[in-house]
Design a binder for this molecule. Sequence first.
Ligand SMILES: O=C(O)CCC(=O)C(=O)O
Ligand SMILES: [Fe+2]
Length: 313
Amino acid sequence: MLADPHGTAQWPPRIRMATDTATGLERRFGAMTGEDLTPPAAQREALAEALATVPGLGALQRDLVAGVRDHGAAVLTGMPLNDGSLIAVSSCLGVVTAEDNGFPCRMVWDIREDPQASEDPHAQQRDRFDLHTDSTFSARPHDTIGMVCAEPAADGSGRSLLLTADRLVRALRAAGHEGELARLGRPDFPFGPGRVAGTAPHRAAVLSLVGGPARVRYRFDLLHRALDRSTAHGLTDGEVRSALAAIAAVEGVLAGPGLVTSLLLERGDYLLLDNSRVLHGRTAVTASAGRHLRRLKLRDHAAADPTSSLSLS
Ligand SMILES: O=C(O)CCC(=O)C(=O)O
Ligand SMILES: [Fe+2]
């Protein structure tokens, strides 16, 4: 695997699915629905069966697990687009869950333009979606996010944007934002409001730097809104001001040149990323129609199901 994900080698790494692997997956899982595969036990069974019957799947999943672990993200090419295959392949990285995946929530959520959409409006409109992590309002955001391209925009717009938290930290340091960096590490940022009206927002750090890769939880628009109301949740005016200044520093650094990786997902490209280590977003969609991504959200096996003894090795 690559020693330096931001050196000359391509990041995120690309992993190619062989045609007979894709055909085997489609044959076995093409007719299965998200509902069929909702119970974690059904996913475990499907994965065990897929490993025994689909050629090349074991090696592919080992590369995928290593890619996301070592580089924070990977792109699997040649991915079938149906729910069953997506869930079976992804289940090596965790338990696929419908929880907070769109509204109404789905095991596989379709991201395409819907001007009528009221929830999750960013993804379903055409605007740029600034760099963020997903499910920031949850007590525990999802560990892994998958987005497969079913149809790119006809004009090549809607490019995916990616940035590791490690690179963000380096850029903040390079810009002299040590004070803001320390502020971003304080676990008092209000992520919310909670899903249930009237509940207090979750408090967490934006960046955690306690050994290993930097971890991130970030969604500027929601944070900004919640900070506006935060005095009601026990932050002092000074704490609110320093938190707003810290996220403004992040936005300033993100807007700088040369930091963010931009890539156009082609049909069948499946981007998987560690939602605690990699920010994602997309450029505006300018084509009149057509762009369609499908999104999955996963929890780590251990967190979702402590009795699971799944092992790929
Ligand atoms: O449309 C995209 O490429 C990204 C959408 C996204 O980040 C999301 O749905 O959370
Ligand atoms: Fe997202």
